[in-house]
Write a protein of this length. Sequence first.
Length: 255
Amino acid sequence: MIRKALFMAMGLAITASCSSDDDNGSSNPPDYLPDITQAVFTNSTDITNPFYGPDAGKVYIYEAREVGMDPEEEIRIERLSSTKNIMGITCIIQRDRAYLDGILIEDTEDWLAQDDDENLWYMGEFVKNYDDEGNFKNNDGSFEYGMDGALPGYWLPADPLVGQRYGQEYYRGEAEDEAEVIGLDETVTMDFGTFTGCLVTRDENPLEPEEIAGLTIDVCSECKGIWLDRGEISALKLAENHMKDNLQLYIRLGE
């Protein structure tokens, strides 16, 4: 999914999990995921968190490139005028579109709501992923608070502290992004100006995609357990016969 913090100026899942509470391998959300049951939402669409942008109707455009090279990736972020109700909380909708060499590779709607303490919550997203040629692939990474055990996290905390770690989302095996605050009051200079008072975060995803039998499978970076989305186990079974001879050869070589 599209990274949510750059430099800011103002399915069915089968897994071998990292930790388990029972023989079924169920795991709890991380301790650093904020507890939404403690939050109060009185005017949830009035976004006053100073690190958030853009305003409704405006589009922010980010470009990514290697030093000395032309831009390769472009991310367009737009706050829409429409809203979405999630678990009784009215959320603003932010649309994120990512282009690689001019081809759309991701089109996402993020659902955000601010609590009375100015924490901005990430209530869910609907993701459309495309391949490098612009062909639709899947909706991997989508989640909604209250659906299938999914929980929200912080898009932006109200009073960030250096070293603070927080969960941005939790939908087991699909959306487990987390962030750490690594800088406050930073100064960033770009082609179109110098910005002060910037928040800098390091965003991480503990699920690392790997290619297995022609499928992109999420692999836990810590325990190396895998997550299979709906339909992927059937696809792996179809590939099994093609892999069996090679697998037996690997076993014999290992002996």
